[in-house]
Design a protein around this ligand. Structure first.
Ligand SMILES: *Cc1c(COP(=O)(O)O)cnc(C)c1O
Length: 330
């Protein structure tokens, strides 16, 4: 594996803690639940995107880029982390976000403003329109003599995904060091990079750990396709002597919530339950949905009490404040 040959800048406080969640486990009467605390990766309210930023920014700096351009939803965690990482490294950031002038400056969007990122709000449902704006921005920057580095939605390039191979190996080290055998990892999946990296890491090491992605939006087929594509790109990038197989990629879309952006009751319940049992905050768009999935899987008996499940906490807490209206009633 050629992970060490990729450029990487230190932005995250690693390894993130691997903590027991005994009260949550007891409340559910289910398996041993551990939480991988990527919500506290350290930079600008943390989250898993800081891991990706280490590799993406490594490549940006290698290429002599002076500005990064990325794209996402109004409440994109990836956009917030990109803006913070760029500032830390002395670069500018342009964020192309789906939204309009009425989008409240709260949560991640507020933080993007605080970081002084240039924000282009685009009011469209069409992904091609957003991509078109990114291309325009890049052209403008180049015309002005700048050297932009373009990061796809969610940091989902092979280079960004490599960070999660490393993250998977980090978890295996922690488990081995404590003599714990985990049966599954459960996490929120969107662009697929987190799952592709964890899938590759757990397979290549023959760890026997199942990686279960809980989609926070897309259908199972779309999500599985994203994970498979990114894993294939990763295999090439890292020169892995292994081939991913679609049947190995486990994604559920049963907790994705509908319509997009509105947290469902089970997601809000999951946020309250983890806050009240463990004192840990989840978010209403990703980790709340993933935890709703884990809770339901436990209730359906999909994990035996003697099993160990690692919930990968990917972060996202700034979004809590943008969704205050959903949570304020208790
Ligand atoms: C981006 C993100 C995810 C999903 O990660 P992908 O690699 O895009 O699948 C999950 N949770 C949070 C909080 C995120 O910001």
């Amino acid at each position: 594996m050629q992970l060490g040959r990729l450029s990487r800048l230190k932005l995250a406080a690693l390894p993130t803690p691997l903590e027991e969640a005994p009260s949550l486990s007891a409340y559910l009467g289910g398996p041993r639940i551990m939480i991988k605390r990527d919500d506290i990766t350290g930079l600008a309210f943390g989250g898993s995107k800081v891991r990706k930023a280490e590799y993406l920014m490594g490549e940006a700096v290698d290429r002599g880029c002076d500005v990064v351009v990325t794209v996402g939803e109004t409440q994109s965690n990836h956009a917030r982390v990109t803006a913070a990482a760029a500032r830390r490294l002395g670069l500018d950031a342009v964020l192309v976000l789906r939204g309009d002038d009425r989008s409240e400056r709260q949560g991640n969007l507020l933080l993007d403003v605080v970081f002084g990122a240039e924000i282009r709000l685009v009011n469209t449902d069409d992904e091609f329109v957003l991509t078109g704006v990114v291309e325009d921005v890049v052209r403008e920057l180049r015309r002005g003599g700048r050297n932009p580095y373009i990061i796809p939605r969610g940091g989902a390039s092979a280079v960004g995904t490599a960070a999660f191979v490393n993250a998977g190996l980090e978890l295996l080290d922690q488990l081995n060091g404590r003599g714990i055998r985990a049966d599954a990892i459960v996490h929120a999946t969107v662009s697929g990079g987190t799952q592709a990296g964890l899938y590759a890491a757990t397979k290549v090491t023959q760890s026997g750990i199942r990686v279960i992605g809980v989609s926070a939006g897309a259908s199972r087929d779309v999500s599985t396709g994203r994970v498979l594509n990114l894993t294939q790109e990763l295999v090439e990038l890292l020169g892995l002597d292994w081939r991913p197989h679609p049947d190995d990629i486990v994604v559920t879309d049963a907790y994705a919530g509908e319509p997009a952006g509105e947290p469902a009751a089970d997601c809000l319940d999951a946020i309250r339950l983890v806050a009240r049992t463990e004192g840990i905050l989840l978010d209403p768009l990703y980790t709340g949905r993933a935890m709703a999935g884990l809770i339901d899987m436990v209730r359906r008996g999909q994990f035996a009490p003697e099993q160990t499940v690692v919930f990968w906490h990917t972060g996202g807490q700034p979004t809590l404040f943008a969704y205050a209206g959903w949570l304020a009633e208790g």
